[in-house]
Design a protein around this ligand. Sequence first.
Ligand code: NAD
Ligand code: WQD
Length: 336
Amino acid sequence: MRILVTGGAGYIGSHTCVELLNSGHSVFIVDNFSNASVESIKRVEKITGKSVNYINADIRDEKALNELFKRHNFDAVIHFAGLKSVGESTEKPLMYYDNNVNGTRVLMSVMEKYKVNSLVFSSSATVYGDPDTVPISENFPLRTTNPYGQTKLVVEQMCQEVCSANDKISIVLLRYFNPVGAHHSGMIGEDPKGIPNNLMPFIAQVAVGKRAFLSIFGNDYNTPDGTGVRDYIHVVDLAKGHVKAIEKLHNKTGCHVFNLGTGRGYSVLDMVAAFSQVSGKKIPYQIKARRAGDIAQCYAKPDLAQQILDWRAEKTLKDMVNDSWHWQVNNPNGYE
Ligand code: NAD
Ligand code: WQD
């Protein structure tokens, strides 16, 4: 298939491009490089031995998208482009609604115009908010506590409504749990700008000596060791989930929703211990107050993706940590 990948230079997008290319699909990337570098695309080419076309454009730029869709005959779109920092979204909600919601609206309207009827969208487990129980199934109530999460919910709803209005359209909403790790080559990985918000890149930077210690946000949660529990999923497993979704469902009309997680939760202290073991480095940490908006535990019931997409996460915690460490050591300053 000829697939347009928005945000394809980013963390999850670049890994997905590798898996798409390895599965024989062709990819075209549109990215505004607001949180990525062209170098990631060059590395995708090196890993796969295939060339990747891209344009530097914003998905809100309708004219640029029109030109693109006019020139190429895309079979499907995988849509990663968006902003993803929960903290920043509470400070700049309008920027998040514009980029994530308006950007998706523009993209979908151009898709409609050029009759490209298949879309896979990056949603997030954040749409479940603080769940009453775990593991979390797709039919759990949706509620969210921050503007970032709200943008994901609004886009999900927009997709459901577009599918109701047009019976030719197929949309897959993939709700990711906590993506971590990197390609095993150590050539592509997560390259956060500034101080990482997320646990795994922060631990990696402590292990490599870039930061003095990890702040653990609370050890008084109702979890086995008191620290927060999450469903960490290897980014390559996640990427393969997209290949399955596009291959199995691009012709199946309607709106389809799947959790992409492992079904298993690990605590912050589990992650620290695993990283310390793999890297052979001590990870100094300090217990701090809970981070506003954090929840005690969040992990998926991943059975639906297994039944319908024939997909399940295969990589272990050790793989996730090994590959993060390999990427961090090879690229201490990211793609710079
Ligand atoms: P990322 O920031 O690495 O990738 C996003 C890419 O989109 C970047 O390359 C960025 O330059 C590009 N981009 C942003 N706005 C754009 C715009 N208006 N036009 C064109 N390009 C634009 O993030 P990621 O971790 O790869 O996340 C990809 C998607 O998955 C996002 O939609 C994110 O919300 C979602 N998601 C991420 C996580 C996570 O923890 N990483 C979890 C759940 C969902
Ligand atoms: C994991 C655990 C923290 C950093 C976020 C978004 C979510 C999704 C994935 C996009 C928690 C603890 C963290 C640190 C710590 N993104 N922690 N010290 O919060 O589960 O999810 O990223 O959709 O929407 O909210 O991930 O990696 O930030 O935190 O103790 O320096 O690590 O309290 O228990 P989170 P995370």
